[in-house]
Design a binder for this molecule. Structure first.
Ligand SMILES: [Zn+2]
Length: 489
């Protein structure tokens, strides 16, 4: 199939926005639909889970994959938290979020919790990252949304920095709600946004001991990582191994907490009638291209390939593997379809439930995922297909130092190392033509979404962001401090 034919088959969803929510009525009350739990793990690479082929065990993730549906090639559309979570929650390509944390998820977008609430669900959210706090619009639609990193004072956080971000706190809080104020006859939508694999990387010796001892020059702390990045971004081979192993310990710890949560659902006889969605917002570069972090100019698979597992014993097959490329924008419409809830209005994504049901597609379909940084329109953007990854840096030409521009042939180069941009003029022109049209629609759509008022950050919010490696000292609202390829978000 020629590139032209490939892209001529693609369609973008209608641009309707601002559809109003249906009023909740008796008819919308519980109709036997399952509970829905989002186990959203920030910064989790799919290829660090054993159910995706990794050598170190992640038994809780594996058990859900074995007992449910595992999407082998799910990809996020953005390489950092805010636009990616916005897409997961809305089924829409998110408007740009600024690198200075000045934008909100617009009220005009209909979020999944709003939709579930309108259809009779209790909607409960817990997050451990300020990036998805209420001030940025991520609490829309929840009956109760707790920012657990806010519970402690700044001094307490300073003294017990690692404990603040442990998924254990998230699970404790969720289980307390399940065993406490939950109405047994009302289904629930429960968002649990953990952050263990995100910087800082902490030790979990009770779960896994992969990493060597930290040194005075390098451990997994935000302070050490930021100092090294500011000082030239050079890490020794031993330090690279240390940080990668620490990351794996964080994943093992998160796996243990997932096991604790799932066991509790089973003990309460809730597991069979609960759809658990395991997903991440983006990955993490762990020196795949000589850097570490996410949110910068890198749009390769280590940043976009995310786990996506659906587990619902009473409603989904066990052991189903969905092999085709799958974009995160389709995740919410797909799961709404699977549980029989009407689709979100005016969205970009569409249900791919036929992939789960192992049915033929309802119309000609070629999987494609637009990937972008999505902070401002001049940031890198690209397209992933089953055959190739194309990235346009947009501010740095091909071959220029630090340029992200390139084209990689995935069949012969699955690790995306051999840049064929210079030999692929026709393909590049075809993809660029598609991207131009895609972005034109995106810009038009964003006009209705973008909030005219920047989010004011108070001192506490700035500290909470800095604890996670956000907002360098030189950061001002709107400033471009993308000095390296690992601009943390
Ligand atoms: Zn994130």
């Amino acid at each position: 199939m020629s590139p032209r034919t490939l892209f001529s088959l693609l369609t973008l969803a209608a641009l309707a926005v601002g559809a109003s929510l249906p009023a909740c009525s008796d008819a919308d009350a519980h109709t036997g639909r399952p509970n829905v739990v989002f186990w959203l793990v920030d910064t989790l690479r799919a290829d660090r889970l054993s159910c995706y082929g990794y050598g170190r065990p992640t038994p809780a993730f594996d058990a859900l994959a074995r007992g449910g549906v595992c999407f082998e090639e799910a990809h996020a559309h953005a390489n950092w938290t805010q636009p990616s979570v916005a897409t997961l929650l809305t089924g829409c390509f998110a408007p740009p979020f600024s690198r200075a944390f000045g934008d909100r998820l617009p009220e005009s977008m209909t979020t999944a919790p709003e939709w579930f609430k309108a259809h009779g669900y209790a909607t409960i959210g817990r997050t451990l990252t300020v990036a998805t706090s209420a001030q940025f619009g991520f609490a829309q639609g929840y009956d109760e949304y707790l920012e657990l990193d806010r519970d402690l004072t700044w001094l307490q956080r300073k003294r017990r920095a690692d404990d603040v971000y442990l998924a254990e706190r998230l699970v404790d809080s969720a289980l307390a709600w399940i065993d406490g104020p939950r109405a047994p006859d009302q289904p629930f939508f429960l968002m649990l946004h953990s952050i263990d694999p995100h910087e800082p990387y902490s030790r979990h010796p009770d779960v896994a001991t992969y990493a060597a001892a930290a040194t005075t020059e390098m451990d997994g702390s935000v302070e050490r990582l930021q100092a090294r990045k500011t000082g030239g971004n050079v890490f020794s081979k031993a330090e690279q191994t240390l940080l990668s192993d620490l990351y794996d310990e964080e994943v093992a710890y998160n796996d243990a907490q997932l096991a604790r949560f799932v066991d509790h659902l089973r003990e309460r006889d809730l597991l069979d009638d609960t759809l658990i969605v395991v997903v991440s917002d983006h990955g993490e570069e762990l020196f795949d291209r000589m850097s570490i972090g996410h949110g910068g100019r890198n749009l390769h698979r280590e940043l976009t390939h995310i786990p996506l597992i659906l587990h619902w014993p009473n409603g989904l097959p066990a052991g189903r593997v969905v092999e085709p490329l799958f974009g995160a924008v389709d995740a919410m419409p797909t799961l709404l379809d699977l549980i029989g809830l009407e689709p979100l209005p005016g969205i970009d994504g569409e249900s791919r439930a036929w992939l789960v049901r192992d049915e033929p597609p309802p119309h000609p379909y070629r999987p494609l995922v637009v990937v972008e940084v999505g902070k401002v329109y001049r940031d890198p953007i690209g397209v992933r297909t089953p055959e190739l990854l194309y990235v346009n840096d947009r501010t740095r030409r091909f071959g220029e130092k630090g340029s992200a521009t390139g084209l990689w042939q995935l069949a012969s180069d699955p690790r995306e190392r051999a840049n064929t941009f210079a030999q692929s003029g026709d393909v590049v022109r075809s993809i660029e033509s598609f991207l131009t049209k895609w972005e034109t629609q995106r810009v038009e759509r964003a006009k209705a979404f973008i909030s005219p008022t920047p989010v004011p950050l108070d001192d506490d919010s700035i500290r909470r962001l800095q604890e996670l490696g956000y907002l360098g000292d030189d950061a001002e609202p709107g400033a471009n401090h993308d000095k390296s390829t690992n601009d943390e978000r």
